[in-house]
Structures are given as structure tokens and as C-alpha cells.
Design a protein around this ligand. Structure first.
Ligand SMILES: [Zn+2]
Length: 318
């Protein structure tokens, strides 16, 4: 019996190894971090935001992982604290990372309409232009709040023409494990000193992320014929500051190398036909699948217990 069991295990090991004959697949991912200086900026002191930022940026730098941070400039202007809040952005830039525009006040194109949204994009620019110029960079990326790219095709195309005329490249997203949903629950557990819940949340976040990555790799093959150079959406929050190292390990184990957003965008997939419009923003793998008339199915289900706790703590944000 023992020998048979050993043989069975050996066969399993051999078959797993043969599907990854040359090691794990060579995968590539660019990291992006939205809602800077912090998703919960209105509930944090400038000093706390600086500390959180130093921790997050420190891990990325130590591991030589490139990243672009996307800023809501409205979060910088708090009476008496403007300098401290801007320092969080300087930490990003001083460590060699780039910043992009996420609109001034995190306005949804689908909700506020094209004119108000364009004004919000423009209002986000002056402080970013200034900070980037001090670091010999130019503002070039825009990330749509809520990934809302327009609820009809005319709005979508008008917004794209507007962005392109102002020198922007849109930063798409292909991987997204909703860390913003975990973040308020994690903050609350941390504030209450509930270590068990913190650990449970981190472990749920990492395993949900792993499932989302596996699903998106398959969806990418179905829609583009291969695995695209992925773009991961994260947010500026304490969960990432404390645990991004473990998330990077999950990616490494799947065979990912970390590349710049610029390099990811060289993937021709990002030029594929994309006519997605809808009330709800979503990632670009969904855009392509829906454009091709193949609505995606079987996405991993977000853990309900986390969603329930998040809903009790704060209204929807992303
Ligand atoms: Zn956002």
C-alpha cells in the first residue's frame, strides 16, 4: 500500500513538473497604486500618511519593483497639513517612482458627465506638474476613478480624445483583487488590536488575489491568445503598506517578473479593439472579452464576510 501511495505521489509530482517543464511560465506585471496620498486620507493625519507611504514605498524599492502611483490632489489640501500631505508624494518621487493623475476629486466619468470630469482631470494637474518637474519627469498617465471609462461610446471616445490632446496615456488595469474592500476592515481590526482578524484578512486577501490572478491568466489567453503583460491595481492603504511583500511573493511564485507600466503598454494587446461601455467600470480583460461578444464567466467570488464587514464600516469607494 505504502509503495502504491508513493508511486501515486511521484506521478503527481512528475505531471505537475511536466506542465511547468521549463519552470513557471515567464509572466510579467506592472504595479500601479491608486488613491494617493491615501485611500483613507480624510481619516488620517499627515504624519500617519507619511509613515504608511514610507513603509509601502520602502518595500517596493527594496525589492526593485517599479510602480506608478495615481494621485487625487484634493486629498492634499487639508488646512494646516498641506506640506505633510505633499511630502507623501515626494517620498514616492524621491525613491524613483512615477506619479500619474487619478483626477482631482476621484470623479466618476459615468456619474458626473464629460464636462465636469474633464474639469476634474485638469484641476488635478498643477500640483503634479510641479512635483514631477522637480524630479525631471512629465505627467503622462491617467487612471480612471472606479475604472469608469464612459457609459456610452460617444462619451468614452470624447474623453479619450480629450486625454490624448492633453498628452495623457490611459493606464489600463488587468488584475484587481479589490484591496480597497479589505482596507477599511483591516484598518478597523488594527485600530482595535484584533490580531486574529488582521491575520484572517491578510490570508483571505492573498488567497483571493492568487485565485484572481489564475482566473485572469486564463481569461487573457481566451481573449488575446496569450498572457498579456498584466497591470495590477492596488491602492494606497495600510493593508498594502504592511503586507505588499507577501503579495509580491504570491506573484513571484506564479512566475511574474516586475516591469514598468511603460513596458507593459508595449504589449500589442493594449491596442486591441475595445468598445466596452457600461454603468460599471471594469478591467481591460473584461473590455476585450465583451467587445468580442464573449462575456467572461466564472470569476472568483469575493469573500462575502469581508464585503459585509466593509459595508458596515464605510460607503463604497475605489
Ligand atoms: Zn481610485
Amino acid at each position: 500500500m505504502k509503495l502504491i501511495a508513493l508511486l501515486a505521489i511521484a506521478l503527481l509530482v512528475v505531471s505537475a513538473a511536466s506542465s511547468w517543464a521549463a519552470g513557471p511560465p515567464d509572466r510579467q506585471v506592472a504595479i500601479t497604486v491608486d488613491d494617493l496620498p491615501a485611500g483613507a486620507a480624510d481619516r488620517m493625519s499627515g504624519a500617519a500618511i507619511d509613515e504608511m507611504t514610507s513603509k509601502l514605498v520602502g518595500t517596493l524599492r527594496e525589492r526593485r519593483v517599479p510602480a506608478v502611483g495615481f494621485v487625487n490632489a484634493s486629498k492634499l489640501f487639508k488646512w494646516g497639513e498641506v506640506d505633510e500631505r505633499i511630502r507623501a508624494l515626494q517620498i514616492w518621487l524621491d525613491n524613483g517612482f512615477e506619479l500619474g493623475n487619478h483626477t482631482y476629486s476621484h470623479a466618476s466619468l459615468n456619474r458626473v458627465g464629460i464636462k465636469a470630469w474633464e474639469d476634474d482631470v485638469i484641476q488635478g494637474e498643477p500640483i503634479l506638474n510641479q512635483l514631477l518637474a522637480e524630479h525631471h519627469m512629465k505627467l503622462r498617465y491617467l487612471r480612471h476613478p472606479y475604472l469608469d471609462t464612459g457609459k456610452d461610446l460617444q462619451t468614452r471616445r470624447e474623453a479619450e480624445a480629450f486625454l490624448s490632446a492633453r498628452g495623457y496615456t490611459v493606464a489600463p488595469v488587468t488584475l484587481d483583487a479589490w484591496d480597497w474592500m479589505y482596507a477599511p476592515v483591516y484598518d478597523d481590526a488594527k485600530k482595535r488590536g484584533d490580531m486574529a482578524l488582521q491575520q484572517k484578512l491578510v490570508s483571505s486577501y492573498l488567497s483571493y488575489s492568487d485565485a484572481v490572478f489564475a482566473y485572469c491568466e486564463q481569461l487573457s489567453i481566451k481573449t488575446t491568445g496569450s498572457e498579456v503583460m498584466q497591470i495590477l491595481l492596488l491602492h494606497g492603504n495600510q493593508l498594502e503598506a504592511d503586507h505588499i511583500g507577501e503579495l509580491l511573493d504570491v506573484l513571484r511564485k506564479r512566475g511574474y517578473r516586475f516591469i514598468t507600466l511603460k513596458d507593459a503598454l508595449n504589449d500589442p494587446a493594449y491596442g486591441m479593439p475595445d468598445t466596452y461601455v457600461g454603468e460599471e467600470g471594469t478591467g481591460w480583460l473584461d473590455h476585450w472579452a465583451i467587445t468580442q461578444g464573449k462575456p467572461p464567466q466564472g470569476a472568483p467570488v469575493f469573500p462575502q464576510w469581508v464585503a459585509d464587514r466593509a459595508q458596515h464600516l464605510q460607503p463604497h469607494s475605489q
